[in-house]
Ligand binder design. Structure first.
Ligand SMILES: [Zn+2]
Length: 228
């Protein structure tokens, strides 16, 4: 079997996702050099950092953190692109395991009751076939020893028959609508909301606004990447 797999590897070498060089047999997805070169953030201070400050004056967030810096050119962009558009869900496992280990080691997110992903619109989910946060969320859930709740927060769409006025208002609010289908589950709970890349924080803010309709809910946020 080993011989066959060696032979296969010889003719169909696996390539590093971020630099395209041939992976050595013990390497997976990302080569050792690139792993050392990833722009890791993971702040030590979960309560006062750039990611949390993105929400200041908008919504109350307990703690926030991100794993990687996202730039227009670079390794993070390649990873996220492959994960979101090329079906490579193993990247979610890769990031989730690494980040999950760091989050667990910090002992700051020890009281999370549920991990909730930013939901995809059902049409997008159908087209893509998966939510890019699923494998990431599952690995974080494993490391933080908590529970993954992917289906309670949903993304709703505006009706096709909406009037121009409604459309205008929607555009004006710049607000994708999210709906929490069961508020009782999150009552008195600490939710860790997860997403891929945080830029303006508008999507996460919309999610939080809906979640905050729940009594005595606490929300923390972590994302795979952060862009300034
Ligand atoms: Zn590489």
């Amino acid at each position: 079997m080993n011989y066959l797999s060696d032979l296969f590897h010889l003719f169909f070498p696996k390539l590093c996702i971020t630099c395209n060089t041939k992976l050595l047999q013990y390497e997976k997805l990302v080569c050792t050099l690139c792993r050392h070169d990833l722009p890791i953030i993971c702040y030590n201070n979960y309560k006062d950092n750039k990611i949390k400050s993105a929400f200041w004056g908008r919504i109350p967030i307990e703690m926030a953190n991100s794993f990687l810096f996202y730039r227009e050119i670079g390794k993070t962009k390649r990873l996220i692109h492959q994960l979101k558009y090329k079906g490579n869900q193993e990247i979610g496992v890769f990031i989730g395991d690494w980040f999950g280990y760091l989050l667990k080691s910090s002992e700051k997110l020890t009281n999370i009751d549920y991990i909730v992903p930013v939901p995809l619109h059902p049409k997008k989910l159908k087209k893509r076939g998966y939510n890019q946060l699923t494998t990431f969320g599952n690995r974080l859930t494993y490391h933080l020893q908590t529970t993954y709740k992917p289906k309670i927060l949903i993304r709703t769409s505006a009706s096709k028959t909406q009037t121009f006025k409604q459309r205008f208002e929607r555009f004006n609010n710049n607000d994708t609508k999210f709906l929490l289908t069961d508020h009782s589950i999150f009552k008195d709970k600490h939710i860790l909301l997860i997403d891929d890349v945080i830029t303006t924080g508008a999507t996460l803010e919309s999610c939080c606004k809906e979640l905050l309709k729940t009594n005595n809910i606490k929300i923390s946020v972590v994302t795979m990447a952060y862009t300034e």
